[in-house]
Design a protein around this ligand. Sequence first.
Ligand code: TEU
Length: 598
Amino acid sequence: MTTTIHSNTQPAWWKEAVVYQIYPASFLSTGSGSIPGWGDIRGVINKLDYLKHLGVDIVWLSPIFNSPQVDMGYDISDYKDIDPRYGSLEDVDDLIKGLKARGMRFMVDLVVNHTSDQHAWFLNSRSSKSAAKRDWYIWQPPKYDTEGKRKPPNNWSMILGEANSAWTWDEETQEYYLALFTPEQPDLNWRNPEVREAVHDVLRFWLDRGASGFRMDVINLISKVEGYPDAEVVDPSVPYQPGQKYFANGPHLHEYLQDINAKVLSHYDTITVGEMPFVHDETEIIKVVGATRKELNMIFIFDLVDIDNIPGSFRLTLHPWQPTEIRRIITKYQRLMLDKDGWNSIFIENHDNPRSVSRYCDDSDAFRALGAKLLCLMQTTLAGTLYVYQGEELGMRNLRPEVAPEQYKDIESINYWRKMNALHPDSPGDLKGARPVLQRKARDHARTPVQWSAEANAGFCAEGTEPWMMVNTDYHTVNAEAQRVYESEEDLSVLQFWQRGLASRKDHRDCFVYGGFEGVGEEGGSVFAYKRISRGAGGEAFVTVLNFSGGEVEWMVPERVRMEKWVTGTYGKKAPDLALEGTVKLRPWEGVLGMCAA
Ligand code: TEU
């Protein structure tokens, strides 16, 4: 008899790891960087024990490299040096040492779809048509309309300012260059082998310095369709349209990823996660993360964070959604990876999205902690590598509604606000819904300073120093210090709940990390329930039941998940009895975890 070995059941450190994402500008400012009020690398070092205690294994830092900071460091002008506002290379060496001493690892944010327009490569490229690095970027001659007016090579819109073209005119050399995000972030031309080699060299530099892997920014955009075809018109009222069909997962993506693997990654022991927006096609996804493909360990799939976008349209739109879609999306990818031998990343927050408790639950004072625990319970009991974003473990929420969008700082918010002002000068204030869009979806919500305590500036930076971005107004009640206080088993703080959830995930890794997944109960409605079963002989099984609603619901307990032992719940031990036959009542945002027969 032959047994099939699923390689997604084979243990690996990067599968069991808990990755914690730090947005350095907003984590902790010790005053050691060159600009007061900015978080710094010393701040991260100061909090290593906090992270270790939480249960973190890998620290991923959003970009800390030299940068003009047009897009908060996602516009890099030197991949091998540190922006002085964050510290120095020596600080990073100390950070890596501190991590290693605690059995933790360091993940670098690799932004190589584009550079800053101030990178030496681009300065050379734009200097003349015959410059040595001209072909390192994507240059195209202009087009002309019927009246002889100059136009960009196609109608693609800029991602972080969709009123504009993705192509920027260069007066000096009379050509356009492609810059998908902002004009200050020109796209590299990966067709040029010298560019690929230069990127490989950056990876080696950081691996040799002690990094254990990479989060690869928009890595699926590195290959564009030849000829740069026009995008379909989704919004006839604006000149430029989303062109993702032609720049996401283009013809050479897999070749470039396999090349990185063969030439660099295969020589080290690494973790890789690729950010992969705009792609939902299962075959394409498995091509990147399939166990035998030698491309990436896993990717960030966007379905869950795109849940409230108008499908196919821009991110800054609002689209109504039902809780059952959470169930549909998660079930789809849990099954996909188990059935097709891939690997999942589990995440619900990052620096590009609003806070999860505000988005998927209810962030009012009455329900904030319950919702944050519900999301924790879900994430810590799903298969895949888990990513926690700074402040998520505290249940931090969106900027309060009294903060006007005029105070937002992100380039995407600013460009959007400008565009809506230009389009609707007659409706000041609301601008045809622009205000609620930003209040619900701006990237700013995740970028406010971490709330460490109720002291001045939430303990993020010294009293009298102005933080680079405003602290959310709720820090007197929502902060880490307050959440360390142990009240009772019935009333764990969000932080304590996360700490326990991560520990329990590790204790039962056969089940939670590597186990099978089965959706249970009726589809539709607000309850998402599933069973996790470890695949070894005589293994354990758990059932997670999550009520994604602010109302009480009746739920029929299916026979095969009849609870044998209560484990935890968002209301503490005051949980409904899922051991009984028949239906149970679930309270608002109630989540329960129990053990059941495998
Ligand atoms: O984000 C890429 C991306 O496509 C989005 O998540 C983006 O924020 C959104 O589509 C905007 O509407 C990555 C980084 O995470 C983001 O911070 C950078 O701005 C972007 O790439 C460019 O490097």
